[in-house]
Design a protein around this ligand. Structure first.
Ligand SMILES: *Cc1c(COP(=O)(O)O)cnc(C)c1O
Length: 386
């Protein structure tokens, strides 16, 4: 992190923890061998691969053999869904939601174009899953249900445990994208009735370009990346060893900091959020505040453009993200906020603030100090605001 940057965009990516980088460096320098090699120079690296696998497994209470390393969260998501479809070839129905990350949402749209039936379940105005629609979607033809654990834009949780119990009785493969949840809240696959779980390194202070898919023992599996015998023939490709080692270290650290995420980080987020809502005209929290990630706040500011807020925040070195993305000149609001039916004027002024264990009290004070002034200024320019 350079100079005075205040980084509140941790749901987009996180800083690599110093301990993680330290642990990786030897494997980018002298220890560059291939863990699959017969000679000791490469072969001894297999131990490091095993150690990383144990560390990733430990964070979610899995067995090491249940962890398949991938190149990212997106690959894990694609692999899980495709594996279920290949394993149950007579079933042609995929059930997911309207608020998934593009790694699932756009893969679902791709499958629909390929002739699969794909149901995108709706959510309510607080971002909560429509359970009636979930039950109604479950027919004999469902090969896989893929529903995220926590939403990346709002932080809102889905009742994965409850959904899994239903799916167990119907013998339907259940995949959940836990990319935003792992490392922020306890995830225990011994108690979660799920078959596959996606994790991404760069959302929990490991580098970009490494992820994992948990595949429960006994789950039918079909590889997505086909090649060599790496990962017990579940994912071809020479292992990204340094990043995997860093990922393992990041998971170990995340385990040590889980309590801090749920207490200190949550307290900072709550203070930031409540002061902004109090001091900024026309501000309201978006999403169910009673069940969401401890680090995430999504606030809608009426009659202000989210992108304008981001540009002004940027002048103070504050990094956040907005619910609207400027694509080809037209402001296209986020699919998540649209699915929630957030009013137009609030949706366009939505800002996501996502903290990490590196966020300090002083940084939050600074943000609280400048934010209300920015909103008042921008509203004064708006033809609708006062
Ligand atoms: C970031 C993210 C992904 C994608 O992970 P990558 O490693 O960037 O491919 C998938 N799902 C969710 C919920 C995410 O936040």
């Amino acid at each position: 992190m350079t100079g005075k940057t205040i980084y509140l965009d941790n749901n987009a990516t996180t800083a690599v923890a110093p301990e993680v980088l330290e642990e990786m460096l030897p494997y980018l320098k002298d220890a560059y061998g291939n863990p699959s090699s017969m000679h000791t120079f490469g072969g001894r690296l297999h131990k490091k691969l095993d150690e990383a696998r144990e560390r990733v497994a430990a964070l979610i209470h899995a067995e090491p053999e249940e962890i398949v390393f991938t190149s990212c969260g997106t690959e894990s998501d694609n692999t899980a869904i495709m594996s279920a479809l290949e394993s149950w070839p007579t079933r042609r129905h995929v059930v997911t939601t309207r608020v998934e990350h593009p790694a699932v949402l756009n893969f679902g749209k791709h499958l629909a174009r390929k002739g699969y039936r794909v149901t995108f379940l709706p959510v309510d105005s607080l971002g909560r899953l429509d359970l009636d629609a979930f039950h109604a979607a479950l027919d004999e033809d469902v090969a896989v249900v893929s529903i995220m654990y926590a939403n990346n834009e709002t932080g809102v949780f889905f009742p994965v445990e409850l959904l899994g119990q239903t799916l167990r009785t119907r013998d339907i493969v259940f995949h959940t994208d836990t990319v935003q949840a792992v490392g922020k809240i306890p995830i225990d696959v011994r108690r979660l009735p799920v078959d596959m779980v996606s994790i991404s390194g760069h959302k929990l202070h490991a580098p970009k370009g490494v992820g994992a898919l948990y595949v429960r023992k006994g789950t039918r599996f079909s590889p997505y990346i086909i090649g060599g015998h790496q990962e017990h023939s579940r994912r071809g490709g020479t292992e990204n060893l340094a990043s995997i080692i860093g990922f393992g270290k990041a998971c170990e650290l995340a385990g040590h900091h889980l309590h801090q995420e749920q207490t200190e980080v949550a307290a900072l987020r709550d203070r930031l959020e409540s002061e902004l809502v109090r001091d900024c005209p026309g501000a309201a929290v978006i999403g169910d505040t009673s069940r969401r990630l401890p680090n995430t706040s999504n606030i809608g500011f009426e009659f202000v453009e989210g992108e304008a807020i981001l540009l002004r925040l940027d002048e103070y070195g504050i990094c956040a993200s907005s619910g609207s993305a400027c694509t080809s000149g037209s402001l296209e609001p986020s699919h998540v906020l649209r699915a929630m039916g957030v009013p137009f004027t609030r949706m366009h002024g939505s800002v996501r603030l996502s903290l990490s264990r590196y966020t300090t009290e002083a940084e939050i004070d600074q943000v609280i100090g400048v934010f209300p002034g920015i909103i008042r200024e921008l509203r004064a320019l708006s033809p609708y605001g006062r």
